[in-house]
Design a protein around this ligand. Structure first.
Ligand SMILES: C[S@@+](CC[C@H](N)C(=O)[O-])C[C@H]1O[C@@H](n2cnc3c(N)ncnc32)[C@H](O)[C@@H]1O
Length: 192
């Protein structure tokens, strides 16, 4: 299983440290991060998904313990504050309330200088793209995401396209991509 093309493009070359992968699913991004030297905490409420992730890690030869697999509902999960050099949120499509909670907790979990990367199905995908959820309330816009990330420096906030295979040929899908960082030496904790 391949990692997200946006995860690899954005994060390849970033100095590894501690990473938090929220809604890690079947672990494709967590395993890729672990292969690139990160110590990963992978969180999802799907026990089945994380079991597949654990199997993927083993099949790829990722050392035991390099990924900590945590079964938890993001509605309740509170990550350690000021801790992670990277927080990744990929294709977590939930309503505005939970999204705001997760973004606030993610910002608070970043260590000074840490990176937050969010990628997910964009609202424009409903009308201009293919695949993905059909409910507007669970779709992202760059503006809605950045509005929840006060205290972080926004490095990228835009719509990006990827090509997905369809029976009648490749078709475009439109995602929101936001990359932000907690300023190094920032004494004020974001998301407090
Ligand atoms: C489309 S998958 C994306 C998985 C992974 N990030 C990836 O890019 O392959 C969405 C994931 O969000 C998880 N999820 C949705 N709501 C959640 C919640 N409230 N708490 C924890 N995980 C949740 C689902 O279990 C699922 O694994």
């Amino acid at each position: 299983m391949h990692p997200s093309q946006f995860v690899t493009a954005e994060l390849d070359g970033l100095t590894p440290g501690r990473a938090l992968d929220l809604a890690a699913g079947e672990g494709r991004n967590s395993v890729w991060l672990a292969e690139h030297g990160w110590a990963v905490t992978a969180v999802d409420f799907s026990r089945v998904g994380l079991a597949k992730g654990r199997n993927l890690a083993a099949a790829r030869g990722v050392p035991d313990g390099r990924v900590e697999w945590v079964v938890a509902d993001l509605a309740d999960y509170i990550p350690a504050r000021d801790t992670f050099d990277l927080v990744l949120i990929a294709y977590l499509q939930v309503g505005a309330g939970l999204r705001a909670r997760v973004l606030s907790a993610s910002a608070a979990a970043l260590a000074p200088g840490g990176t937050l990367l969010l990628v997910g199905h964009d609202l424009a995908n409903l009308t201009e793209g293919t695949g993905g959820p059909r409910y507007p309330e669970v779709l992202y816009t760059p503006e809605a995401v950045t509005a929840e990330l006060g205290g972080l420096r926004i490095l990228r906030a835009e719509r990006v396209r990827r090509t997905v295979p369809r029976p009648d040929g490749p078709a475009p899908a439109i995602d929101t991509l936001v990359r932000a960082e907690r300023p190094a030496g920032d004494p004020d904790q974001p998301g407090a």
